[in-house]
Design a protein around this ligand. Structure first.
Ligand code: GLU
Length: 301
């Protein structure tokens, strides 16, 4: 069987060099193992994603030299797949509707932490909607907005064993999920966690190469895969690109976007060479240091 991986950006802004690094890691891995590379646009969050960014991402990835199998999957066009997963979890009794507002949750947390003998202050969901009767759930669902939460205790029992996963180097990690996470938001019907595991399975992804910022999410993904009976991919988490101050590169820093580098006349082959050698280095470019980047990457080969 052919290995398969994917690059799965969210179109909430333009791609920056950190995203380019991640995309190139996926591509390098795919080339090394003769694997197929897919592109998925993770755009279920209609409050933050924009189609202009999706178009720009595809254009910038082409400029970067990434190639992927035809047929980009846009999550927003496959909502019924995620709805089906919600339905399955609901049938299993591991998710429940949560009607709480942020304010109510905060008030409850404050109340609990000021009670005599209160333990450590927590920011986790205190579980007010966890044990509502079916009738109450049903009645309130008719006229109140709600999120779907995973009942973590039930989920762990149903999953049947400790949830763990091995990374590419064979190291074993145990999931550490300590509260009822949201699986479908009030404003967006599905969470990233749910959509990503459904898509990875539907697209037969065997290996997931992504940044370390998502490492903590992997335990949640393994749990959902177990509950939904989905196969387990291999997870490889790469380091994140930081600037010289040790700060992670972010989309809000416009100077590091591929669009900006391209418009400045940066040579894409030099950029690729530079990023392929980033294991131990940091990005030397700070907002406004245009001369530095042009000196390094701006000359043609
Ligand atoms: N869409 C996610 C992001 O842009 C990546 C998801 C993943 O690779 O699992 O951060």
């Amino acid at each position: 069987m052919c290995y398969r991986t994917r690059f799965a950006p969210s179109p909430t802004g333009l791609l920056h060099v950190g995203n380019a690094y991640s995309a190139l890691r996926c591509q390098a891995w795919a080339e090394k193992y003769h694997a197929e590379l897919l592109l998925r646009i993770e755009d279920i969050d209609h409050t933050r994603c924009r189609s202009e960014f999706a178009d720009a991402i595809i254009e910038d990835l082409r400029w970067l030299g990434l190639s992927w199998l035809p047929q980009v999957r846009f999550q927003s066009r496959h909502l019924q797949d995620y709805q089906q997963a919600i339905h399955t979890l609901r049938e299993m009794g591991v998710i429940y509707p949560c009607f709480c507002t942020r304010r109510q949750i905060q008030q409850e947390i404050m109340r609990m932490s000021s009670a005599p003998h209160a333990g450590e202050v927590t920011t986790l969901y205190p579980g007010m909607c966890r044990n509502l009767s079916e009738n109450e759930q049903h009645d309130r669902m008719q006229h109140e907005p709600f999120a779907w939460r995973l009942n973590i205790d039930k989920a762990m029992v149903l999953a049947g064993e400790d949830i763990s996963w091995r990374d590419g180097s064979g190291c074993l990690h145990t999931a550490n999920i300590d509260h009822d996470i949201i699986i479908g938001r009030k404003d967006i019907d599905f969470s990233y966690h749910l959509a990503v595991v459904v898509d990875d399975a539907l697209q037969n992804i065997s290996h997931i190469i992504r940044g370390q910022d998502l490492k903590d999410s992997t335990g949640i993904h393994r749990l959902l895969q177990k509950l939904l009976g989905l196969p387990e991919p291999v997870y490889l988490h790469h380091r994140l690109l930081c600037d010289q101050g040790g700060e992670r590169l972010a989309k809000r820093n416009t100077a590091t976007t591929l669009r900006n580098l391209r418009q400045m006349g940066v040579d894409v082959f030099r950029l690729r060479d530079f990023l392929s050698d980033m294991e131990t280095r940091c990005w030397p470019f700070r907002e406004g240091d245009e001369r530095e980047i042009l000196n390094m990457l701006g000359k043609t080969r």
